[in-house]
Design a protein around this ligand. Structure first.
Ligand code: IMP
Length: 178
């Protein structure tokens, strides 16, 4: 693996496919233990989680539902300000165990918004699984239940994560070169 260029930026190899595999299987194993006998709903947060979700689900041995949601954000009226809307949730999650599947938790803003929207629908529980977590950037109190890998506060690319829409298709993770 070598340096790659996406638009105006250069990236170097950071997390290999093998390392991702180990991290993802570790998360799956923990979830399999914690949810034994339950039928959770895995909700992947698009776009970034599609690769993680795909690989994670292959190692989940529970009866479970699998679905995807997306956060849409648009300008509301002057009094409402920015509106965050959850799109794609077709199932009734009342009384259900939800596992939110994220590509990366950075500041935690997205996660908290999602959490608040889902909580209003009265699920039995909501837990968070993220492939990557930047503890130095995270400024919320919410517990992150399942973390594939903690990373420093740097910009990463690949395996679902993009730079300006590009790079999601890379099978391993790259980091911005300084
Ligand atoms: P947060 O709301 O700050 O936690 O950021 C969450 C979203 O920002 C993620 O779901 C990603 O889409 C994006 N993001 C955060 N850090 C990175 C990164 O290093 N590379 C690519 N996208 C990122």
């Amino acid at each position: 693996m070598e340096t790659i260029t996406v638009k105006d930026l250069s990236f170097k190899p950071f997390i290999s496919e093998e390392e991702l595999d180990v991290a993802i299987k570790k998360v799956a194993q923990k979830i399999n233990e914690d949810y034994k006998g339950k039928t959770p709903i895995f909700l992947g947060v698009l776009n970034g989680s599609f690769m993680f979700m795909g690989d994670l689900m292959k190692s989940i041995n529970l009866d479970c539902y699998t679905s995807f949601v997306k956060m849409a954000s648009y300008e509301g009226t002057e009094s409402t300000g920015k509106i965050n809307e959850l799109i794609g949730l077709n199932e009734d999650i009342e009384g259900k165990d939800i596992i939110l599947v994220e590509d990366i938790v950075d500041t935690g803003n997205t996660l908290v918004k999602l959490f608040d929207i889902l909580k209003e629908k009265n699920p039995k529980s909501i837990k968070i699984a993220t492939l990557l977590y930047k503890p130095e950037a995270y400024n919320k109190d919410h517990k992150i239940d399942y973390v594939g890998k903690e990373i420093p506060n740097a910009f990463v690319l690949g395996y679902g994560l993009d730079y300006d829409g590009l790079g999601r298709n890379l099978s391993s993770i790259y980091v911005l070169k300084d």
